[in-house]
Design a protein around this ligand. Structure first.
Ligand code: FAD
Length: 257
């Protein structure tokens, strides 16, 4: 497992995969599909999941029955939405003075970028400092923390809302709109063509700088896209090929055997 180190995400033409190395020689193999892709939802069946694991080069060595054994059933998940609530009620005042929304209770982003823990810890750190300074007035602390969240957390939420919307269109076969804002994942991917983009992409992906750090590189990414270049896809089955594998593996289930 040492060879893997950090989660490895891969992009295909209609789905994502993430391999998560975890503690004590365990790992999670995750396939992410658009919620309206009912065929890939059938990956929840063990035979379909096993067939997909062996067909995906990124997973095959890590799900080889000679090396690893499953310790759970296939675990279907859902609701990988981007959400943001801040600290205030509809009247613009502290929703419940003395109670603060932190972590996923305050903001979620699509886990494909692995931001949730960092966003949550950053909030906790900021909030603890504010409570230490003006904790005697929880309503004021809530307002201050709300403003801090809007400045430091909301940009990550908005970044992912746009990224996800454009990715879902790409999954549906619609090309990128080169006259519109170029999504962050595509700007970062364009560093494969022009490494100068890495000076924005690396601080962004490492969350050492906010999404705005990519703005100076957007035009360069657009130029690269205008040459016809598009972000590369990982080796493995296309979405339709994966759906075919799933159908074949679930046919006995569908036939009632
Ligand atoms: C598939 C997936 C992959 C992810 N990958 C990454 C990643 O690689 N990197 C990353 O940074 N983030 C990742 N995230 C996001 C990350 O997991 C979350 O952002 C993070 O766990 C949020 O922490 P939290 O403490 O706010 O909430 P949680 O981790 O959800 O903790 C909340 C806890 O409260 C408990 N609880 C709920 N209700 C009650 C109650 N009434 N009483 C008592 N306890 C209660 C819950 O059981 C839970 O243990 C991923 C998320 C998903 C879904």
């Amino acid at each position: 497992m040492g060879a893997v180190g950090v989660p490895t995400g891969c992009l295909y033409d209609g789905y994502l995969t993430i391999l998560f190395p975890q503690d004590a020689d365990t790992l999670s193999a995750l396939v992410v599909r658009p919620e309206n892709d009912r065929e890939l939802a059938e990956l929840r069946h063990p035979d379909a999941f096993a067939a997909a694991m062996q067909a995906l080069p990124v997973f095959a060595p890590w799900t080889d029955p000679q090396r690893f054994e499953p310790i759970t059933d296939v675990l279907p998940g859902g609701g990988l939405t981007n959400t943001y609530r801040g600290q205030l009620g509809t009247d613009g005042a502290a929703a419940l003075p003395g109670v603060y929304w932190v972590g996923d209770a305050m903001c979620t982003t699509n886990p494909a970028a692995g931001r949730g823990v960092s966003l949550g810890l950053t909030q906790a750190h900021a909030l603890i400092g504010m409570i230490a300074e003006d904790g005697a007035d929880p309503a004021a602390t809530a307002l201050r923390f709300h403003a801090w969240c809007d400045e430091h957390i909301r940009p990550w939420f908005e970044d992912h809302v746009y990224w996800d919307a454009t990715m879902l269109r790409r999954f549906a076969g619609v090309d990128l709109d080169l006259d519109a804002k170029i999504p962050s994942d595509v700007i970062c991917a364009a560093a494969a063509v022009d490494p100068s983009i890495l000076s924005g992409a690396l601080p962004y992906t490492g969350m050492m700088a906010p999404p705005a750090v990519l703005a100076p590189f957007e035009e360069r990414a657009r130029e690269i896209l205008r040459t016809g270049w598009r972000p590369s896809l990982a080796d493995g089955p296309t979405r339709d090929e994966l759906a075919g594998l799933v159908r074949a593996a679930t046919a006995p289930v569908a036939a009632g055997r």
